[in-house]
Design a protein around this ligand. Structure first.
Ligand SMILES: COc1nc(N)nc2c1ncn2[C@H]1C[C@H](O)[C@@H](COP(=O)(O)OP(=O)(O)OP(=O)(O)O)O1
Length: 228
């Protein structure tokens, strides 16, 4: 499958890419009326095997855990916005590295989110709760999947040492955006990626309420761009 519309077209991606669709969704990529630029920063500590996530207390994505980020304001670069949002929402500063570009669109919305994703493994300051986010550390781990269990470290001593090094809670993937498990392993392995995920409302069998579900998705690992 070629790179979905709305993403940088001159990008070389490695195979295999990850793609799929909801069984009840037969259409193509949705038409996007407008796009707004966002940032999202994930900070982790390789030695202590922990990652900082924020619990969103209000507004868009309320009740979900995510990295720290928000809209890019006019007059600032994407990196400046990423550092500002990280500081505002978590109280820390970090050496950020750009690692991904993700486009999210939900059917019926007037605007898509183009999210520039950054990672950081060195930081300064103490995580502090803000009006918008509650930061907390979680044990660094991959989402459950056959693919991840195949690639996970096989050395039992290394794995035991990692588990014993902290008794933090596991990453709450069930309370994050459903797209996260698609690209999170690429980010942790320091790959660069691009992707698009379209959402639509479907009835949640458990609660009977309408819930945003992924209907079409594609994630690719970047090998080069035409200007690199
Ligand atoms: C819907 O798909 C998404 N998936 C994921 N994983 N992350 C997403 C998705 N859509 C948006 N995001 C990220 C991008 C930003 O990091 C936040 C949203 O930022 P927010 O709306 O809180 O932006 P602020 O500028 O902080 O908002 P205020 O105006 O409330 O200050 O989620």
């Amino acid at each position: 499958m070629s790179i979905p519309p709305g993403l940088p077209p001159n990008t070389m991606t490695a195979l295999p890419s990850i793609s799929g669709r909801h069984p009840d969704y037969k259409d193509d990529w949705m038409d996007i009326p407008r796009t707004k630029l966002y940032t999202n920063v994930f900070v982790w500590d390789e030695i202590e095997r922990k990652i900082l996530l924020g619990y969103k207390k209000r507004g868009f994505g309320m009740g979900l855990y995510n990295g720290f980020g928000g809209k890019v304001e006019s007059g600032e670069t994407v990196s400046e916005a990423a550092l500002r949002e990280l500081k505002e929402e978590s109280g820390i500063s970090a050496n950020i590295v750009h690692c991904g570009t993700l486009l999210f669109f939900a059917k019926g919305e007037s605007c898509a989110h183009l999210v520039e994703v950054f990672r950081a493994t060195s930081f300064a300051g103490d995580p502090t709760e803000s009006e918008e986010m509650r930061p907390d550390w979680y044990a660094l781990s991959l989402p459950d999947s056959d693919e991840n269990s195949r690639t996970r470290k096989q050395d039992p001593f290394e794995e035991a040492a990692a588990i014993m090094s902290n008794d933090l809670p596991s990453i709450p993937f069930d309370h994050m955006w459903p797209d996260v498990p698609l690209w999170f392993p690429l980010m942790l392995s320091e790959k660069r990626f691009i992707g698009r995920v379209d959402f639509a409302k479907f009835k949640d069998d458990a609660t009977g309420t309408l819930k945003d579900a992924m209907v079409k998705w594609w994630i690719g690992t970047i090998t080069a761009t035409s200007d690199s």
